[in-house]
Design a binder for this molecule. Sequence first.
Ligand code: HEC
Length: 328
Amino acid sequence: MRIAKLFLSILFVVGLTGASGPASPDVDLDVQLADGSTQKVHLTFGEKPLDKLTRDDVRAMLTISLGDQAAQLSSEERTRVEDEIVGHIQSSLRYKKSPDHQHWHFSGPLGTFDRMALQRGYQVYREVCASCHSMDLIAFRNLSDPGGPGFSEDEVKALAAQFTYEDGPDEFGDMFDRPGKPSDYFPNPYTNENQGRAANGGALPPDLSLITKARKYGPDYVYALMTGYDKPVPPLVEMQVGLYYNPYFSGRQIAMPNQLFPEMVEYADGTVATQEQMAKDVVEFLTWAGEPKMEARKAMAIPVLAYLFILTILMYMSYKRLWRNIDH
Ligand code: HEC
């Protein structure tokens, strides 16, 4: 009975904390009235979510909270107070949203990569992301490594040969251009960091080799980021020039515009290239790039556990045998 009660109260607390979502902030303010006195005001924005609030809502809430004293507010003081409340809401709207959890083929203790998704993901990276983002740690030959996208060696040769690399010096001391080889690392879209920044309004597109390891919520985050551009800009948010609204990015304003438009790539296996599909595929590919030996690591788990299990039984049997004539 007691346990049941405890369980119910835990459920209740979890329900309370889980259900509310991003709560509207309460604001406490001192307001100067016309007669010189100061009035403390406590504002709650009730049910309306922060990203729907407008300046008119703020004005209405202020009037309601002040009650009879609303008439005593000079117009300058009213504007000051409204600005303060709006500033408060704006700073709450700079916190990034946590991404939703997606179902990934590779998650879980025995999860593996989906070869076709990795190949499609490579295509999305190559045709869409690679014009801005480098992946310095991956070489073309990795694309045929076990546990990876599973391209054949000939396919990898063809993929590498699409690019031109500077090599040399030759016997005359000159540098020369040659087609890419499987041992070459992915080419960088920019020759240096300044060029990358100059092409992107001052923001440097980060190298994507380890991006799913480098960000909290890894794959879920990158997926949410790539599909998170359709949200309307909240009425109270002022957008900076050259930035795009994306609630999953820290600060919610990002220098990368939306990248994935339906059917912008044509998949060889006939999969329909919706935005979600391309985002899923490219994230799977980036996750593999961040941990190319993941499948080998997970495959070790079963033999290791089996070994430990057998060892435990042997240890137990030897313990029984050694102590069999001794009282204990
Ligand atoms: C037109 C250039 C451009 C293209 C194409 C592009 N990006 Fe970006 N990306 C950027 C810029 C610029 C930033 C840095 C944004 C910032 O710091 O505000 C960025 C940042 C990112 C980030 C890091 C966000 C963070 O948390 O720091 C990820 C992840 C990302 N891009 C993924 C992708 C993927 C995946 C693709 C391909 C589907 C892609 N990008 C295509 C320009 C681009």
